[in-house]
Design a protein around this ligand. Structure first.
Ligand code: HEM
Length: 478
C-alpha cells in the first residue's frame, strides 16, 4: 500500500478583484484578449496552483455571482462527479441559467439535482429509450452518413476540391438522431421539413449566447451576447415547431414516460432537450473535431485504422456489427483521445454541499459550504502529471492495451470517469456509450470507403481530398 506524504494545506489562492469591474474585464480576457485556455492557464501559473479563485464568464448582468473556485488538474476535478459533496441544481450552464420559457416552463433534467424526484424518472426515461433503440443506431448511422460521404465525393469533384464537413454534419446529425431515437426522420415532419437544424441552432444560441463567441468585433458582440439574455419570444415559433415533431414522433416514449409517473408535456420538453441540446449540440461539435484530429494525424494512423476496421468487418462477414466494433481497439482509442483533448462540454459546475477538503497534486484546500466549484475540463484531461510529456498531443493509440486502459479513469468528458457508468443517482451523461459508439461509426464509415483523406480545420472542418479504399472488407471474406 502506498503511504503517501500528507499534502500541505493552503488557502485557495487567487483573487476576484474589484466587484463588477474585474468581472467584466475578466470576461473580455476570456473571450477576446486571452482566449479560454490561456485565461485559465495564466491564472494557475500566476498563483502557482491548479486550484484557484477566479471569475468565470458571463458575469454582469447575466450572472448574479461570477466567483468560483476553479479546479484545473486531473486530481481535484472529480469532486464535481460526487453528488454527495456537490449540489448540481441549476448549474448545468454555470453561474447563469437560461429562462425556463425556452424549455416550456420546465427545469429539464440537466438542471435537476439527483435529490429532486423527477431527476431519476427523466433519466430512467432516457436510459430506457436508448436501450430500446440499440439495434437502430448502426444501420441508421450508416445510411445517413453514407449519404453524407456520397455528397462529400460529389462536392469534391464539382465544388473546387472542397467539401464543408461541418455544414453537412449539422444537417446529417439532426436527421440521424431523430431517426435513430424515434424512427421518424425530422425532415419528413410537416412542422419541420428541412428547417430543423436551423431552428435547433437558433434555439441553442438563445441558451448558450452568454458562453458563445461568433467571431464578431468585441464592441458589438459582447453587449449583444454576453450582457443580457436574448428575448425568448423571438424564438418561440421555432421551439413550437420542434416540439410538434417530438409530440408526434416520440409517442411511444411519451407513453413510457406516463408509466414512470411523468406528465406527457414535461416528458416531451425533456425529450426535446436531450435530443436537440444534449445529443445534437454534442454531435455538432464532436464529429468535426474527431475528423479534424484524425486528418491531422496523417496517413500512418489512417493505414492502421483502415486495417483494423476492415479486418474486423471482414471477420463479421462484411457487416458492421456491435461485436465487430468491440474488436476495434485502436478505433475506440482514437475516439477517446479526441474526447480527452477536445471535450465538447468544457465547463462543469457544482456547489459545495458542506465544508470540504479538495486535493490537487500539490496541496490540500479547505472549501466552505456554498462555494461554487468549477472545472475546466481541458486543463484536467490534458494534465501532464497524468498524461506525461505528450499530454497536449493527439496520440491515437494512447488507450490501447492494458497500460493504456489504466488511463481511461482520467477521461472525464461525460461528467464522470470513462470507467464508470451513468445512473439515475448520478449526473453522468446518459448518452456516454452512444457517443463513443457514434464516434467509432464515423471512423468505420470513413475507413471502409477511403484509405486516407485530407481536411483543413479552422472555424469549419473542410474535407479537401479522399483516396478510395484499395481493399474492401467485403472482398476479403470472398
Ligand atoms: C449530461 C456531455 C451527448 C443526454 C451531460 C454532461 C456532460 C455531457 C458533460 C454533464 C453536465 C453537467 O452536469 O455539468 C455530452 C457530450 C455529448 C453528449 C460531450 C456528445 C458529444 C448526449 C447524448 C444524450 C445526452 C447523446 C442523449 C440522451 C444528457 C443528459 C444529461 C447529460 C440528459 C443530464 C444528466 C443528468 O441530469 O443526470 N452530458 N453529452 N448527452 N447528457 Fe450528455
Amino acid at each position: 500500500m502506498e503511504l503517501g506524504v500528507p499534502l500541505p494545506r493552503r488557502p485557495v489562492p487567487g483573487s476576484y478583484g474589484v466587484p463588477f469591474v474585474s468581472a467584466v474585464r475578466d470576461r473580455l480576457d476570456f473571450y477576446y484578449l486571452q482566449g479560454q485556455d490561456k485565461y485559465f492557464e495564466s491564472r494557475a501559473e500566476r498563483y502557482g496552483s491548479t486550484v484557484v479563485r477566479i471569475n468565470v464568464p458571463p458575469g454582469p448582468f447575466m450572472a448574479r455571482d461570477p466567483r468560483v473556485v476553479a479546479l484545473l488538474d486531473a486530481k481535484s476535478f472529480p469532486v464535481l462527479f460526487d453528488v454527495a459533496k456537490v449540489e448540481k441544481r441549476d448549474v448545468f450552464t454555470g453561474t447563469f441559467m437560461p429562462s425556463t420559457s425556452l424549455t416550456g416552463g420546465y427545469r429539464v433534467c440537466a438542471y435537476l439535482d439527483p435529490s429532486e424526484p423527477n431527476h431519476a424518472k427523466i433519466k430512467q426515461l432516457l436510459l430506457s429509450l436508448l436501450v430500446s433503440r440499440k439495434d437502430a443506431f448502426v444501420p441508421v448511422f450508416r445510411s445517413n452518413f453514407g449519404a453524407l460521404l456520397d455528397t462529400v465525393e460529389s462536392q469534391l469533384t464539382s465544388g473546387g476540391g472542397k467539401s464543408d464537413f461541418t455544414a453537412l454534419n449539422d444537417a446529417t446529425s439532426f436527421e440521424f438522431i431523430g431517426e435513430a431515437y424515434f424512427g421518424v426522420r425530422p425532415s419528413a415532419s410537416s412542422s419541420l421539413g428541412t428547417g430543423g437544424p436551423t431552428k435547433a441552432a437558433l434555439w441553442l444560441l438563445w441558451q448558450l449566447a452568454p458562453l458563445t463567441t461568433l467571431g464578431l468585433p468585441m464592441i458589438i458582440e459582447d453587449p449583444l451576447l454576453h450582457t443580457l439574455p436574448l428575448p425568448p419570444f423571438l424564438i418561440s415559433s421555432d421551439y413550437k415547431a420542434l416540439y410538434a415533431y417530438f409530440a408526434a414522433a416520440a409517442s411511444q416514449a411519451l407513453d413510457a414516460a406516463e408509466g414512470l409517473g411523468l406528465s406527457r408535456e414535461e416528458a416531451c420538453h425533456n425529450l426535446l432537450f436531450a435530443t436537440v441540446f444534449n445529443s445534437y449540440g454534442g454531435f455538432k461539435l464532436l464529429l468535426p473535431q474527431i475528423l479534424s484530429r484524425v486528418a491531422q494525424a496523417g496517413e500512418k494512423l489512417h493505414e492502421r485504422l483502415a486495417a483494423e476496421i476492415r479486418s474486423a468487418v471482414a471477420d463479421a462477414g462484411g457487416n458492421v456489427t456491435l461485436a465487430a466494433l468491440e474488436k476495434m481497439e485502436l478505433t475506440r482509442s482514437v475516439v477517446w483521445e479526441a474526447l480527452r483533448l477536445d471535450p465538447p462540454v468544457r465547463f462543469q459546475y457544482g456547489c459545495a454541499k458542506a465544508d470540504l477538503e479538495i486535493e490537487s497534486h500539490d496541496a490540500s484546500f479547505a472549501i466552505k459550504k456554498g462555494e461554487m466549484l468549477f472545472g475546466y475540463q481541458p486543463c484536467a484531461t490534458r494534465d501532464p502529471r497524468v498524461f506525461g510529456a505528450t499530454a497536449r498531443e493527439f496520440v491515437g493509440d494512447r488507450f490501447v492495451g492494458e497500460e493504456g486502459r489504466k488511463l481511461l479513469q482520467y477521461v472525464y468528458w461525460s461528467n464522470g470517469r470513462e470507467t464508470e457508468n451513468p445512473s439515475v443517482d448520478n449526473k453522468q451523461c446518459p448518452g456516454k456509450n452512444l457517443v463513443v459508439l457514434v464516434g467509432r461509426l464515423l471512423l468505420v464509415e470513413l475507413f471502409l470507403r477511403y484509405d486516407t483523406f485530407t481536411a483543413e480545420a479552422g472555424k469549419k472542418v473542410v474535407i479537401t481530398g479522399v483516396t478510395k479504399a484499395s481493399t474492401s472488407a467485403v472482398n476479403r471474406t470472398a
